[in-house]
Design a protein around this ligand. Structure first.
Ligand code: NAP
Length: 311
């Protein structure tokens, strides 16, 4: 039986694994395909204190080494069900049919890119539509591309792509960007980035591969087609917490309702990082949550699992 079972190996989950294992608890971390979470798609993590000029992948690799060196386990399996979540011994069931028993669960599932929600989006995935400029930007060398979104991800994507592509349209639904002023200033200085403001993507054009995106001006309702080979979608994230909805409360947007103490209301179940209700979703806030959740899990095990601990 595990003391602490963590679901999701992004910055929050990996930090929880460090704290859990260092706290003397048998800790395991689950993720579907890889460790690192969304940070591995970030080219430059410039705002993590003490570690300037670090790529997201370098960060993830270092934290992975740290928790595995300490003895925490990493398993690549998809969690499909949790039973007895409110009991002292909880059971987690995976897609491959394995069952794992544990005394506490930390949900750290992060969030996934929000889809555009226009017809043809699924069809053009990998054929012109991407959700990660760092991963796929090189496929669009000297081509014309678009980025959708006005937050830090979109602005960073536009900057990355401006060095690869011939031209970058930056499509944003308002006339003001949400991203940090420094990111906005850097992108504005790029001659081959053309902002398309007050606009939303309403259609995707092309046969086998994407050949254009239709955008609509939100004020004038005028439509035009931008002839692009690719579009990078960066319009925020959505959580993936459906599997937990029977034993933790989710808000309307699907985030686990939990405060700064990472408590979910179900004894021994905690939520850490981007998957929980919070205002600021940064690597720094995710790692802080990982520490808080793991220490709370340790306290829960020490104080309330007497009978199980002595089994
Ligand atoms: P975000 O900050 O939530 O921005 C999402 C953007 O997409 C917003 O501009 C939003 O428009 C737009 N949007 C949302 N839904 C839309 C829709 N249905 N259609 C069209 N546009 C839509 O998301 P993010 O850029 O992915 O960033 C997520 C978090 O990570 C943020 O806290 C961000 O600061 C952080 N981050 C930080 C860094 C960094 O510091 N280096 C890098 C990347 C991300 P509105 O502005 O009109 O709402």
């Amino acid at each position: 039986m595990y003391d602490i079972l963590i679901i999701g190996a992004g910055p929050a989950g990996m930090t929880a694994a460090i704290y859990g294992q260092r706290g003397g608890k048998k800790t395991v971390l689950f993720d579907q395909l890889s460790y690192g979470g969304q940070v591995i798609n970030t080219a430059d993590v410039a705002n993590y204190p003490g570690m300037p000029d670090m790529t997201g992948l370098e960060f993830a690799n270092q934290v992975y080494k740290q928790f595995t060196d300490l003895g925490a386990e990493m398993k690549y399996e998809k969690i499909i069900r949790v039973t007895d979540a409110d009991k002292p011994v909880k059971t987690v069931v995976t897609e491959s049919g394995n069952e794992y028993r544990c005394k506490s669960i930390i949900i750290a599932t992060g969030a996934q890119p929000r889809p555009l929600g226009v017809d043809g989006e699924d069809r053009f995935k990998g054929a012109g539509i991407s959700y990660c400029a760092t991963c796929d930007g090189a496929f669009f060398k000297d081509k014309v591309v678009a980025v959708a979104g006005g937050g830090n991800t979109a602005l960073e994507d536009a900057e990355i792509l401006s060095d690869l592509a011939e031209k970058v349209y930056l499509i944003h639904r308002r006339d003001e960007f949400r991203a940090d002023a420094t990111n906005v200033a850097r992108v504005k200085s790029k001659a081959n980035v053309e902002p398309v403001l007050n606009a939303v993507v309403t259609g995707l054009k092309g046969d086998k591969y994407l050949e254009g995106v239709e955008v609509e001006n939100r004020e004038t309702k005028e439509k035009r087609t931008l002839n692009v080979n690719g579009i990078f979608v960066a319009i925020g994230q959505v959580p993936q917490n459906e599997v937990f909805k029977d034993f933790v409360k989710l808000n309307k947007a699907g985030y686990v309702e939990a405060g700064e103490d990472c408590q979910t209301g179900t004894p021994g179940v905690f939520a850490a990082g981007d998957c929980r209700t919070k205002k600021v979703r940064q690597i720094t806030t995710a790692v802080a949550d990982g520490a808080v959740a793991a220490l709370a899990a340790i306290e829960h095990i020490n104080k309330t699992c007497y009978e199980v601990n002595n089994q």
